[in-house]
Design a protein around this ligand. Structure first.
Ligand SMILES: [Zn+2]
Length: 559
């Protein structure tokens, strides 16, 4: 259900950026504007600026900017509609919808159902000696049981059925949330019966699904999760995210583990910025969610081979979001749960020893290099494989400078010239497939909107004056729309066409040409930066660039 454009307009008109942001940040007056420490990147002196007159904010450190809605989206990790609702509530603006759909009512019913079932399971835990003694055995503390709303599903289905009757929960809804199975003869079974229940919550704290751990020894499967439903898509959800998000934002770091108990064990010894993937591989959606709150991700997976493989796959996804990825290597045979049982100090020292994923690979390369004298084909082959892996990871990084630094580092270690390493595979291109763009942030800057709208209406005029459209810096979504217009793949009925025509910016060929030259210049500067990084004799320039980008820790200078 879409929020009415009238409501959006009213929110934009009413919400003052100073007013909204001062609920979150300590704003200090500076002339006609206000400044604060940017919540979206680490900094010691404020480069986050709020202009109440223009009703916009901008960070000169990390480049993020926008209006009140955009701020709430970034800060709270909300989508556009939820951010509008949040601000509307603050100002007492009634939120109207374009058409009250049945879908919305239906989903609301499902959320209510999962919420009620979670509270039922929670009550049942208090009544089960078996489940309680299992929790004691696993050393899960009562406070954690409470915070994560851990429950128990009794073996007998009668209490559940009685509860549903009292609460008016239909069998239909129980099926829709994937809780029960019904046999042909009408017998109903709770899929989770006899299991300890971990409610899975979305980022708003609503229960959307369940995980169940068998408390009997030889029962299979050991873990069982709800199937995908209308309200639960596992690729979008990280277990524990709701409980951890404030800690993640504060520390700008998140620890990713694989299992429920791993997470709870860390949480209860005071390591609270932790989320779990729940047996599925980390997805792009997970990466995007994490990147809204953290700058650094520490992967703490099992120490076996499957765990190592998962680390590499997760790293690729996280590097795409420009996150720093570290690998916390656990001693052979240990997992996050067993380590956590050894206490905070032990875990903390392991976390502090986490290796940057690229450094981890470099260490492996050096290990093999030291064996090279054996002149063994297997050693050489293995070494080549690891170098390929390094380059493979590298290609997920979009920032030219960061990629260049890492490439040079590999070259220094292996003695293979950068040019040769660089030709192993090509630079990643921005993937402009429709699906990819849909998942991307659709925020466009003023210049981007101006260019798109003018180009759509005055294409001939613009093309006469500017042609280097493949050499301008801009967001993925901007380039997507730009390619649609330039390739004549846009018509008056398409959503994109309407979106562009609805921009507030006025068609202005002169200003557009200026904006195009500006973005072209930015592109050229970035290309110059990468050249500097890749050439060996320009250390001063390199140093300056890296410091500006806060990347100097990633590169060891010779002196
Ligand atoms: Zn910033």
């Amino acid at each position: 259900m879409a929020i009415s454009p009238l409501t959006i307009e009213e929110v934009q008109r009413t919400a003052n950026v100073y007013d909204v942001i001062s609920d979150y940040l300590d704003l200090k007056k500076a002339g006609s504007s206000y400044t604060a420490l940017c919540p979206f990147h680490s900094e010691k002196s404020p480069s986050f600026m709020v202009s109440p007159q223009k009703n916009i904010w901008k960070c000169f450190g990390c480049g993020k900017s926008g209006d009140s809605i955009k701020f709430i989206m970034e800060y709270e990790g909300l989508n556009f509609a939820d951010a509008v609702i949040k601000i509307a509530n603050k100002y007492g603006i009634e939120v109207k919808y374009t058409k009250p759909s049945k879908d919305h009512e239906k989903l609301k019913g499902l959320y209510e159902t999962t919420g009620k079932i979670a509270s039922f399971y929670k009550e049942q835990l208090k009544k089960s000696q078996e489940a309680k003694s299992y929790i004691r055995e696993r050393e899960i503390l009562p406070t954690v049981v409470d915070i994560f709303d851990i429950g128990y599903s009794p073996k007998d289905i009668k209490p559940l059925m009685d509860f549903c009757e009292v609460e008016n929960i239909t069998i239909e809804n129980l099926k829709k949330i994937g809780l029960i199975t019904e046999k042909e003869n009408g017998t109903i079974t709770d899929k989770f019966s006899g299991r300890l229940i971990f409610p899975i919550k979305d980022y708003k704290g609503r229960v959307i699904a369940f995980g169940g751990r068998s408390i009997e020894k030889d029962r299979h499967p050991k873990y069982l999760n709800s199937p995908e439903t209308e309200i639960y898509q596992k690729r979008k959800v990280l277990y524990g995210f709701f409980e951890a998000k404030d800690y993640i934002r504060e520390l700008k770091k998140v620890i990713v583990v694989e299992g429920y108990i791993d997470l709870l064990s860390l949480f209860q010894i005071g390591i609270k910025n932790v989320v779990a993937t729940l047996g599925t591989a980390l997805t792009e959606e997970h990466g995007k969610l994490i990147s809204k709150f953290a700058e650094e991700v520490i992967l703490m997976f099992d120490s076996d081979n499957a765990g190592k493989k998962a680390v590499i796959e997760a790293s690729k996804i996280l590097l795409k979001e420009n996150l720093d990825v570290k690998y916390c290597i656990l001693p052979e045979g240990e997992d996050p749960d067993t380590i956590a049982k050894k206490g905070f100090d032990k875990v903390n020292s392991l976390i502090n020893k986490s290796k940057d994923i690229f450094q981890f690979i470099i260490d492996k390369i050096e290990e093999y290099s030291s064996k090279e004298y054996e002149n063994d084909d297997k050693v050489l082959k293995k070494k080549k494989e690891i170098i390929d892996l390094y380059i493979n990871l590298l290609e997920n990084i979009e920032d030219n400078v960061r990629r260049g630094v890492l490439l040079k580092h590999l070259s220094d270690i292996t003695g293979i010239p950068v040019e040769l390493l660089n030709t192993v595979k090509s630079k990643p291109k921005k993937d402009l497939t429709e699906e990819n763009v849909k998942n991307n942030d659709k925020y466009l800057s003023y210049n981007e909107r101006l260019i798109l709208k003018t180009l759509l209406n005055e294409k001939e005029k613009i093309l006469k004056e500017f042609s280097e459209f493949d050499k301008i810096k801009g967001s993925v979504y901007f380039h997507y729309l730009l390619n649609l217009i330039l390739g004549e793949n846009i018509n008056e009925n398409s959503e994109e066409y309407k979106e562009i025509q609805n921009f507030y910016e006025k068609v202005d060929t002169k200003a557009t040409i200026e904006a195009l030259h500006l973005l072209h210049k930015k592109w050229i500067n970035e290309e110059a930066e990468i050249t500097a990084v890749l050439s060996f004799d320009k250390e001063d320039l390199l140093k300056e660039i890296l410091e500006k980008r806060k990347l100097s820790n990633n590169y060891k200078f010779k002196n």
